[in-house]
Design a protein around this ligand. Structure first.
Ligand code: NAD
Ligand code: IPM
Ligand code: MN
Length: 362
């Protein structure tokens, strides 16, 4: 991560599909929110994604990881995934590649209902749905260790290894407790499947029991992932912070997104404290709506808010949060939220709102 430069340098990777539609809106709003500040923000765009992969056979270019690490403060990312690349190889190389190679071990996925109207849960209101999911982001079933035996025959065997290191499990659990403590929250729920995954998640159990003792003021508990999925829907008020493994975190964060209004609204940060980190909406490239200019840009804007917070631009971050809340309140929304506005007009609306409600000068 660069230190001490005058301007924050942001690497922008719009990616595929609606990533290319929502990221320009996020940048437009970001430019507006940082304009009154004395500090500056500089954006450099990279065309990594399916088009480049199909054209040149290049997914994550050589030297990319070192360049991002040494020359940028943060990465703003859209989405990857294209029906023309059924193997999803470029996404694995670029997105998982960056998560792993930059060692972005915290995948922070906030779930927050920003307006009562948008939850499918009956009688739940804004304060009822507000928790953070911390997803382990560098190991688990995502490491890509495995293989086929007798592929394509009736006797075929496919193996996918679930890798859990003591260090990896401990640092994400500890991060969840530290976040809870430093944000004045009360409850941490660790979720695993230790009743069936008797080796990998036995490690999670043992580490959790050890680490929780260092945080006696925090109410910590464990739920199996199947029970957690049910409880999050039954009564989301129970949760402040959830910490879980890579795959379960992927799933529970989509579930969380849906109870807070849908995938179009959900942001995430792939973080290694003190190092260059990557911010993206939780959603994918949505090939079913790509090219129609109707994608919801809120997830990308809220991911930009997380990026600003990470960079220490807290006032500007809060302004983006308020801007999205205002758009929801005014029903200036895309079709996924029942509105009739397009991606660009929603981006324009937010930009204008930010212009009229500038952050206190920083
Ligand atoms: P998806 O998130 O792309 O879409 C799921 C559903 O949500 C679709 O109906 C889509 O139209 C809708 N949706 C998602 N984002 C939206 C938005 N901003 N506005 C309005 N509607 C939105 O998930 P999928 O269809 O399972 O995956 C499509 C591709 O994206 C796949 O290649 C997948 O691997 C990839 N993907 C990438 C990421 C990422 O880059 N982080 C995340 C998830 C999926
Ligand atoms: C996400 C996505 C990715 C994941 C896919 C595209 C590999 O679903 O960012 O949530 O599973 O992490
Ligand atoms: Mn996902």
């Amino acid at each position: 991560m660069r230190r001490g430069g005058k301007a924050a340098r942001i690497a922008v990777i719009p990616g595929d599909g609606i990533g290319k539609e929502v990221i320009p809106e996020a940048i437009k709003v970001l430019r507006a929110v940082v304009a009154p500040a004395r500090r500056q923000m500089e954006f450099v765009e990279f065309d990594w994604g399916a088009d480049k992969y199909l054209r040149e056979g290049v997914s994550l270019p050589a030297g990319a990881v070192e360049m991002l690490r040494d020359e940028y403060d943060a990465i703003l990312f859209g989405a990857l995934g294209d029906p023309r690349v059924p193997s999803n190889q470029h996404a694995a190389d670029i997105l998982l590649g960056l998560r792993f190679k930059l060692d972005l071990y915290v995948n922070a996925r906030p779930v927050e209902l920003l307006h009562d109207r948008y939850t499918p849960l009956r009688q739940r209101t804004e304060g009822d749905i507000r928790f953070m999911v911390f997803r382990e982001n560098t190991e688990g079933l995502y490491v890509g260790i495995g293989g086929f035996f007798k592929k394509g025959t009736p006797d075929e065997i496919a193996v996918q290894e679930d890798v859990n290191s003591r260090k990896g499990v401990e640092r994400i659990i500890r991060y969840a407790f530290d976040y809870t403590r430093s944000n004045g929250l009360k409850r941490v729920c660790m979720s695993d499947k230790s009743n069936a995954m008797t080796f990998a998640h036995d490690l999670w159990q043992r580490v959790f029991k050890e680490v929780r003792q260092e945080y006696p003021e925090i109410d910590s508990r464990h739920l199996y992932i199947d029970t957690l999925s049910m409880e999050v829907v039954r009564d989301p008020r129970q949760f402040d912070v959830i910490v879980t493994c890579n795959l379960f975190g992927d799933i529970i964060s989509d579930l969380g997104a849906q109870i807070a209004g849908g995938l179009g609204l959900a942001p995430s940060g792939n973080i290694h404290p003190g190092q260059v980190s990557l911010f993206e909406p939780v959603h994918g490239s949505a090939p079913n709506i790509a090219g129609k200019a109707t994608a919801n840009p809120f997830g990308a804007v809220l991911a930009s808010e997380m990026m600003l917070g990470f960079l220490g631009w807290n006032t500007e971050a809060a302004t983006l949060h308020s801007a999205v809340k205002a758009a929801l309140r005014e029903k200036f929304v895309t079709p996924d939220l029942g509105g009739e506005h397009g991606t660009i007009s929603v981006g324009d609306w937010l930009t204008e709102w930010v212009g009229k409600n500038p952050s206190a000068a920083t």
